[in-house]
Design a protein around this ligand. Structure first.
Ligand code: UDP
Ligand code: MG
Length: 136
């Protein structure tokens, strides 16, 4: 591997609730992203607010934190070549309506807020987000 990376992926409540966890995990594995760690948890609204702190000035922040804490989620460390960008490409655009064919959000996303998955957007944020959920 010339550029091995780790990234954080979250299967959000809308997808866990529809029993899509195994299908989404299979997409990562099929596309050479190894699932190094995974756990199903439910977080508090306060923890969601901390996790999504970068968005605190956005109009959707409160709803976003309420949503991420509304039900079980699956958090995973994915590892592979260019894992951060590779995962973002597999996820597709934030708004499922604008996502490319065969991306996870196009296949499973319901709306811009219930868009089935989260993925770190940079190597630096991936480290912070992995540490947030998997403290070593
Ligand atoms: N989001 C939303 N409304 C918006 C934009 C974003 O509800 O207009 C939610 C959506 O769930 C998204 C999350 O906020 O996944 C974080 O937004 P970001 O812009 O970081 O998108 P992402 O990195 O998840 O594609
Ligand atoms: Mg983001």
């Amino acid at each position: 591997m010339s550029n091995p990376q780790q990234t954080l992926s979250i299967i959000k409540p809308d997808a866990v609730e529809r029993n899509l966890t195994d299908e989404i995990k299979a997409i990562f594995v099929k596309n050479n992203l190894m699932i190094k760690e995974d756990k199903k948890i439910q977080i508090s609204k306060e923890e969601a607010a901390e996790f999504y702190k970068v968005h605190q000035s956005k109009p959707f922040y409160d709803d976003l934190c309420a949503y991420l804490s509304s039900g079980p989620i699956v958090v995973m460390i994915l590892e592979g070549e260019n894992a951060v960008l590779h995962n973002r490409n597999l996820m597709g655009a934030t708004d499922p309506k604008k996502a490319d064919e065969n991306t996870i959000r196009k296949l499973y996303g319901i709306s811009i807020d219930k868009n089935s998955v989260h993925g770190s957007d940079s190597v630096e944020n991936a480290k912070k987000e992995i540490n947030f959920f998997f403290k070593s």
